[in-house]
Design a protein around this ligand. Sequence first.
Ligand SMILES: [Ca+2]
Length: 386
Amino acid sequence: MLKIRLADNRSAFAFLLLALLIMMLALALFTSGCLGSQRDHDLPQADGLSTPDNEYPRVSVLADDLEIPWALDFLPDGSIIFTERPGKVRLIDDKEGLLPLPLATLDDVTNLGEGGLLGIAVHPEFEDNQFIYLYYTYRNGERLYNRVVRYTTADRELTGQEIVIDLIPAGRIHNGGRIRFGPDGLLYVCTGDAGEPSLAQDTASLAGKILRLTDSGSIPEDNPLHNSPVYSFGHRNPQGIAWDEHGRLWATEHGPTARDELNIIKPGKNYGWPVITGDDTAESMESPVIHSGWNTWAPSGMSYLKGSVFFTGLRGQTLYEAEVLVLEDESISVELHEHFADEFGRLRDVVAGPDGNLYMLTNNRDGRGRTIDGDDRIIRINTKLL
Ligand SMILES: [Ca+2]
């Protein structure tokens, strides 16, 4: 009996060991399968911003271990200035690389849901005035607002906050946040509907709009609506704007349940939210150039380069390239190409640098992604090898 029992125990032990081995093998296979789509563990590190011959690898990492970087812009000397959503403004010096200390930490930022320190823009005449513009969410009592402010840069610090525009409705979701200076030297500001769709159709509200302001925040005389900062309306949550070489303004917008949009923005026009989405049409409302159908791009930052508008996908985890086509009837269409699908995770912003390369931000630490070692990053794409 004892012998038999021993044999039973041994075979049971062997069986357990085998089962354990199979489970470990399955787990290893599953894990490598999951991570297999994110192949950026061993991306080459960039050795600086200014390689004279511009012979960068196809992709390289300029900065890592960042905390939800949201937007970046270039200073005239080629340095990169960028925001981290919890409230920091940081610099990648063209010679020293990423500075350990931020240029500023904004202590009144409310980093909640989709809100926080979002857009950044360098004044087009920065060399004369050292102005940096920021867009952020803050709390006043029970209410959340977004505002645009500007700072002066001095000795690697941002000083002297001035309000450019304030009391933009904010919420846990749909805060817009992208800011850019246009070729006309004016400041364009993307605002979301703050989770209240009807505000997008109300031209008296600053929510769900693209705004156009002078650099000090006053209303330009030639704005389409009299004495109003509103440039276009009927937007749900636009997060990317860029001008092409013909001066056309393009914008990305998060749609409801997919149907994400790429629009050409014209002054005073109504982009339909929440009345129309996708392929719907309506009198006096603009339909998008393309939309994502039942796929989700969750599009954010964008930039124009050599005949294409590039925009990032958060949920889509892809860099989209919309090649601009002018049709026979002179209407504009695009052909969509995809780059780096599922390689880096969620992508928040893409900016064409002065060297003609693209600079991209990941957003895997924003609470909606799967983080991997090194997140979040700023990635440089050598566009000659794209
Ligand atoms: Ca629309």
